[in-house]
Design a protein around this ligand. Structure first.
Ligand code: B12
Length: 260
């Protein structure tokens, strides 16, 4: 009879499928991506696990030791980045995305209130999401960044028709207009809107942003400038305020956003 004595089964039987499954579990993916700071991690986790009852207390607690913008960028948005990864990996689907986004928005609304206000406004910006595009989370974050840096914002929301954008720019007379597109089918609205502005002799920078666009596209039409991440918006706006036109922003883009 064959003896099994002394056999180390761990060296023979390795269930690679289970190992791979464990490494690709939502918990393991989140653990790799979540912030290391325990306070911010707690905030981010409420977004990842869609705990909309916990996000308020976690954000309020974090506000005792952290700056509101750090909580937004490094906590709430960091959590949403994990959610985007889980979606890309087909672990999360649209309902989870919606609930996570809602959770993040509750946290942002609480943190936003603690951003020092009451300053004189540096300038006015019109913001919108491209016609046909419902993705407004990034735009809302960029709006928080701009308002907290002292800019007033006319927020046109999502799925905004090109002609409405042009009409708002004519009426609001902003120093800059921003457009967000996360869908490749909607980004072509930006050159169309910019062309209509040029035809009206309006010469303000048109910042195009969002996952569907890149710097090459954003600089392919007159007025167009690029912003890759929401936190890059205030430094660019500061240069517009300082008198840089869209050509000068393009030429100095790397220096302006450097490190952000
Ligand atoms: C959340 C989400 C949704 C939500 C949107 C909720 C909302 N209120 O925004 C819902 C569920 C509604 C949705 C719907 C759809 N979605 Co969707 N969605 C996403 C998802 C998972 C995350 C986007 C997100 O909010 N990320 C978090 C934010 C913080 O990131 P962000 O937007 O990229 O913003 C960052 C930068 O881009 C930048 N930024 C963004 N905007 C701005 C603005 C300014 C001014 C500045 C400076 C910077 C800036 O700063 C931010 C970071 O700092 C993406 C996948 C992904 N990985 O991006 C798909 C994605 C965008 N969706 C996609 C699609 C196809 C759809 C649907 C068509 C799906 C369907 N078949 O029904 C529908 C739209 C239907 C319609 N026409 O109405 C595709 C788009 C593909 C493409 N390239 O065209 C994506 C890429 C998923 C995929 N991989 O296929 N979606």
């Amino acid at each position: 009879m064959v003896s099994h004595k002394g056999v180390d089964y761990a060296k023979i039987l390795t269930r690679y499928d289970i190992k791979a499954q464990n490494e690709a579990s939502p918990e393991a993916i989140a653990e790799k991506m979540l912030p290391k700071d325990p306070v911010l991690k707690k905030v981010a986790e409420t977004v990842v696990w869609m705990k909309f009852k916990d996000v308020g207390p976690a954000t309020t607690d974090a506000l005792k030791t952290k700056e509101p913008l750090a909580i937004i960028n490094d906590g709430l948005v960091a959590g949403m980045e994990v959610v985007s990864k889980l979606y890309a990996d087909h672990i999360y689907y649209l309902p989870e995305i919606m609930m996570a986004a809602k959770t993040m928005e509750i946290g942002i609304a609480i943190a936003e209130k603690k951003i020092a206000g009451g300053r004189t406004m540096k300038g006015h910006v019109v913001m919108h999401v491209a016609e046909g595009d419902p993705h407004d989370i990034g735009k809302n974050i960029a709006k928080v960044m701009l308002t907290s840096s002292g800019y007033s914002v006319f927020d046109m929301g999502k799925d905004v028709a090109v002609d409405d954008v042009v009409a708002a720019v004519v009426k609001e007379k902003p120093m800059m207009v921003t457009g967000t597109a996360l869908m490749t089918t909607t980004m072509t609205a930006f050159p169309r809107a910019a062309e209509k502005l040029v035809a009206k002799n309006i010469n303000i920078p048109f910042m195009s942003a969002g996952g569907a666009v890149n710097r090459d596209f954003s600089e392919s039409f007159e007025l167009g400038i690029y912003s890759e991440k929401a936190p890059q918006t205030p430094p660019i706006a500061d240069k517009v305020k300082a008198g840089y036109d869209w050509r000068k922003i393009r030429a100095n883009w790397d220096d302006i956003v450097g490190g952000v």
